[in-house]
Design a protein around this ligand. Structure first.
Ligand code: FAD
Length: 643
């Protein structure tokens, strides 16, 4: 067995996107020696791709905006399944987190009178997204990185070592959270370039690993999104919450095939872009559901007037929450009214002068010009739904971001569940990363400090087990079962196809059952996933290890989606098309069937996930009072209304 290097830290943050960096800054500022570990290059996390903006009720563009209105919009968007305390904290704290970014050097676009500009987005009652053109994520990461460097310089002045209190391990992948009894004691990781294994010992670990999109064929997500943090939590004994809720963003590119799924930001619609079918019809007026009817325009004239006069007109239906728009596009294509390449048309060219389009949507202009040879200032884009975001995630305590049931484990950002309920509003992720990244770093640091004199030890046996698990793909050939190793790339493609076709945007019972059978077959084959060559930068090996995670989270998604017999937010059942109030207060929790955290012991054909139901906490009365009674009647379960 190889010798494994060890280092001691107080807090280890897994992930260097918005959530991870904000957590690391907070933990370090509260006195914890903090390590950040990420599988991409530092600064290359998925957050960089965020385009439209950060949602925060700063009331710069409309003085009526408040945290209460933001809370209301978030709960409506999530169809009331949100962990309401998270939605409350998020709406209250988001403005401070945006201001804080400014003090750290972020340069947001401005209003004419010099305030931070805020733009419209689907489901937000007022213009609320602070933005930097359509490259907001880049500025967010740049600012947080700059803050990290500033802290390291401060540490250098005091200790003579830049990395004495805050160190980034880039291009390193964590494969296991290590535990001492029930408590966290560190992580096991490998360096992608050298294949070298190492252990970071720490009493507190923050998971900030982002989403799961790479389990689906058509996705806007980057290569990192293999559900690692979700799987690490499960394997450490923490449950995942409501994994059936996967957001299919309505507008991804559909052509050419090599770029299918790449995101077309919602800002295009927020800034005036409209959706049309092959008959040239603005079809979204036909798809406004009853719960939203009072808030959306009934005619094109009213919708267009809203951009200039939002006080006296209702918003265009193109700005309905994402789940509604994605389903509408899907229905139009299915009805034969789609564009030549299986999407619909999204047009800004007839709505804004060319120079305004180039200024407000520079990334979109270049994306279509370079990838599809389409000039969006002169012609419509072709767009269709793409797997974009997972609302489900690690079940956490709202105030502390502590993962349920595993002392020392925390989760923030896309990997954490609860905040967005069944559907996330655009812009609410970047603010979520900052609000809960900070909270996770704060509480992880406090917890680690409480164990300063009794740090949980890391025993050799589990390090050896983790190393053996990671090395397994190199010896797959000799393990029998036909003797032929499976190609990890083939397994990945089959997984993506199955999830796309059988647990995608519109779901049916029979198809999800087929998906579970397919997953069982893939799990069995994945145990024989073999790779050739060495541990030095070997992408096939990396993928073979990631497959364990994608198979685990895919099973969670499929099992939970089969269980929830209603349609709500990012979960649409053709066989149960309506939202059912009886499901409003039901959470679905996924846990590992083998509570010891082993996978080898479970029979791959029987599945590795156990599903349980729990009743959600009742929403606090003063928060319920923010809604009209007639609206609550549409959402709340019978017994909740009675109370
Ligand atoms: P990430 O930024 O993805 O960071 C995850 C980190 O974890 C990475 O550093 C990765 O390397 C690391 N990691 C993963 N697994 C491991 C492992 N096993 N070991 C070590 N490290 C690991 N949201 C908005 O609010 N507004 C927007 O305008 C917006 N636009 C978007 C545009 C696009 C194209 C996309 C795809 C998403 C957009 N989103 C937007 C969503 C938002 O960008 C993400 O939800 C958010 O950035 C997730 O941040 P995070 O910090 O949770 O994870």
């Amino acid at each position: 067995m190889s010798v494994v290097d060890r280092q001691e830290w107080d807090v280890v943050v897994v992930g260097a996107g918005g959530a991870g960096l904000r957590a690391a800054i907070e933990a370090r500022e509260r006195g914890a020696r903090t390590a950040v570990i990420c599988k991409s290059l530092f600064g290359k996390a998925h957050t960089v791709m965020a385009e439209g903006g950060i949602a925060a009720a700063m009331a710069n563009a409309n003085e009526h905006d408040t945290w209460q209105v933001h809370f209301r919009d978030t709960m409506r968007g999530g169809k009331f399944l949100n962990q309401w305390r998270m939605a409350e904290l998020h709406a209250q704290e988001a403005p401070d987190r945006v201001w804080e970014l400014e003090t750290w050097g972020a340069l947001f676009d401005r209003t004419k009178d010099g305030r931070i500009s805020q733009r419209n987005f689907g489901g937000h009652e007022y213009p609320r997204l602070a933005h930097v053109g359509d490259r907001t994520g880049l500025e967010l990461i740049r600012t947080l990185q700059q803050k990290i460097v500033a802290l390291q310089q401060e540490d250098f002045r005091e200790t003579g070592d830049y990395e004495s209190r805050l160190k980034v391990f880039q291009e390193c992948t964590v494969t296991r959270v290590l535990k001492d009894g029930g408590r966290v004691c560190g992580v096991f990781a490998y360096e992608r370039e050298s294949g070298r294994f190492f252990v970071l010992e720490a009493p507190a670990v923050v998971l900030a690993t982002g989403g799961i999109g790479k389990s689906f064929k058509v996705t806007s997500n980057s290569w990192e999104y293999t559900g690692d943090g979700h799987a690490l939590a499960l394997l450490a004994g923490a449950p995942l919450l409501n994994m059936e809720f996967v957001q299919f963003h309505p507008t991804g590119m559909v052509w050419p095939p090599s770029v299918k799924g790449i995101l077309v930001t919602e800002s295009v619609r927020g800034d005036g872009g409209v959706l049309r079918n092959s008959d040239g019809k603005r079809f979204m007026f036909d798809y406004v559901p009853d719960v939203f009817k009072e808030k959306y325009a009934e005619s094109e004239d009213e919708a267009d007037r809203w951009y200039e006069d939002p006080e006296n007109n209702r918003r265009p239906p193109e700005l309905l929450p994402r789940d509604e728009v994605a389903r509408a596009i899907n229905a139009e294509v299915k009805a034969g009214r789609g564009s030549p390449h299986g999407g619909v048309f999204l047009d800004v060219s007839t709505r804004m002068p060319a120079e305004v389009i180039r200024r407000r949507l520079p990334s979109m202009y270049h994306q279509f010009k370079e990838l599809a040879d389409v000039d969006i200032t002169a012609e419509a884009m072709e767009v269709g739904p793409t797997c974009h975001y997972v609302m489900g995630g690690v079940a956490v305590e709202s105030d502390t971001a502590a993962a349920r049931g595993v002392p020392g484990l925390y989760a923030a950002g896309e990997v954490a569940g609860g905040m967005h309920g069944s559907n996330r509003l655009g812009g609410n992720s970047l603010s979520d990363l900052l609000v809960f990244g900070r909270r996770a770093g704060w509480h992880a640091a406090e917890y680690a400090q409480s164990l300063a004199y009794e740090r949980p030890p890391v025993d050799d046996a589990q390090v050896n087990t983790a190393a053996a698990e990671a090395l397994r793909p190199f010896s797959a050939e000799t393990e029998g079962e036909g003797g032929t190793p499976e190609n990890p790339y083939t397994l990945h493609q089959e997984l993506q196809q199955a999830m796309n076709d059988l647990v995608g945007i519109i779901r049916r019972e029979g198809e999800m059952e087929r998906a579970l059978h397919k997953l069982a077959e893939l799990r069995a084959r994945a145990r024989r996933a073999g790779v050739e060559g060495h541990r030095q930068f070997n992408p096939g090996w990396h993928l073979a290890l990631d497959l364990r995670n994608m198979l685990l989270v895919s099973e969670c998604v499929a099992r939970a989606a089969l269980e929830r017999t209603e349609s709500r937010g990012g979960h649409t059942r053709e066989d149960h098309p309506a939202m059912d109030r009886a499901w409003r207060n039901v959470n679905l929790l996924c846990a590992l069937a083998d509570p010891t955290g082993g996978l080898a012991a479970t029979d791959p054909a029987r599945g590795q996930i156990r599903l349980t139901r729990e009743t959600t906490d009742p929403v606090r009365p003063d928060l319920l009072a923010l809604f009209e009674k007639e609206e609550l009647v549409k959402y709340l379960a019978e017994e909740e209304l009675y109370e």
